[in-house]
Design a protein around this ligand. Structure first.
Ligand code: SF4
Length: 350
């Protein structure tokens, strides 16, 4: 059988019957119409857990909601500082301990009272057919599905994500091709930027950037400018990255230094968040127009944030002045039966 080129991510690996792709998750198969791409481990997951959507992180999609977070194995990047390298760069098969039909994923989501589903532990482009089945099944149940992606995708996969997913967080890890070549195992940031351009036109997007001091903190102004040019209301999550894997000996970023570097970004973007350290003061949503707190969050530990109060209108605008906060979906509560009891102010029309 002849090889086939994988088109799910921008690596475009040649696949044979035995696999051969960088992520280890696809293989070529013979079908009636000729060779095609198949998943090696369809409908398999490494983890399912119920978490706050803020922990994924999404701060502007269904604030306060309970999310069924799915994880698989494999990745198309090889970030030197990765904190999930045990899932991203190991042989996938032993890690994928759950086999779940999409109907079962949706049923578990409903049984746990979740408001949405997010594939967020490893890269979603390495499990596209499995995720598309979940999206179809979840749509029938009225559940939105979202992903966290490194964005290293061809335009066709980016458009597929834009059609399928109700919320997407794209990680821009640095601004220069040289940074990507040196630290992530792929040669260029350009496919990532194109992915964000496509998705910003199609669905709810947020952006994440892990900052390793001395490695990419100088890129903060350029990344902020790129997001501003797309839409200054796109939320930007900046993480103080604690390097692991091949950079386990690297210094941990200084909170004050990184925070000072974000001052310029705060002047051009409405929603700049800074986290991954206990006690962060930069996880709540403040109205860019009147300055009042629209969604109050607390940092539980590391990346884990939780919404505890909100002051929003029924159409998700600032309750104090009616400004657009780029919030998609209704603010809800962890216990949906308690909806509304946690509000700083009752939701009202602008
Ligand atoms: S999804 Fe996997 S197999 Fe396909 S091109 Fe990307 S790394 Fe290669």
């Amino acid at each position: 059988m002849s090889d086939v080129q994988c088109t799910y991510c921008a690596r475009r690996c040649r696949l044979s019957e035995g696999g051969g792709g960088y992520c280890g998750m696809y293989a070529a198969a013979n079908g009636p119409g000729g060779p095609s791409i198949v998943e090696r481990y369809p409908r398999r997951y490494s983890s399912l857990n119920v978490n706050h959507i803020e922990s994924v992180p999404f701060f502007h999609f269904q604030p306060g909601s309970r999310t069924m977070v799915l994880g698989g194995a494999g990745c198309n990047l090889d970030c030197r500082y990765c904190s999930n390298a045990h899932l991203a760069r190991s042989e996938p098969e032993p890690l994928l301990v759950y086999e779940l039909a999409p109907e079962r994923v949706v049923r578990l989501t409903q049984q746990h009272g979740c408001h949405n589903i997010a594939f967020a532990i490893n890269e979603p482009s390495v499990a596209v057919p499995t995720l598309m089945d979940v999206v179809d099944c979840a749509a029938a149940a009225g559940l939105p599905v979202g992903v966290l992606t490194n964005g290293y995708l061809p335009a066709e996969t980016a458009r597929l994500f834009g059609q399928a997913f109700a919320f997407v967080n794209v990680s821009i890890k640095g601004w220069h091709d040289a940074f990507y070549a040196r630290n992530t195992g792929v040669p260029s940031v350009k496919p990532v930027l194109r992915t964000l351009e496509i998705l910003a036109e199609m669905t709810h997007v947020e952006v994440s950037t892990p900052i390793v001091q001395g490695l990419n903190d100088d890129d903060i102004p350029a990344i902020a400018g790129f997001i501003r040019d797309l839409n200054p209301l796109i939320p930007w999550h900046v993480f103080r990255l604690l390097p692991e894997y091949k950079m386990a000996d690297a210094a941990r970023p200084n909170v004050d230094v990184v925070n000072a570097a974000l001052d310029g970004a705060r002047e051009i973007l409405a929603f700049v968040y800074f986290g991954n350290f206990v006690g962060s003061q930069w996880v709540s949503t403040r109205c860019p127009q009147c300055g009042s707190t629209a969604v109050k969050r607390i940092n539980l530990s590391g990346c884990a944030s939780k919404a505890v109060a909100y002051a929003l209108t029924v159409d998700h605008r600032c309750a104090a002045c009616g400004a657009d906060l780029n919030i998609s979906g209704k603010a809800v509560t962890w216990h949906s039966e308690d909806e509304g009891t946690w509000a700083m102010q009752p939701a009202r029309s602008a």
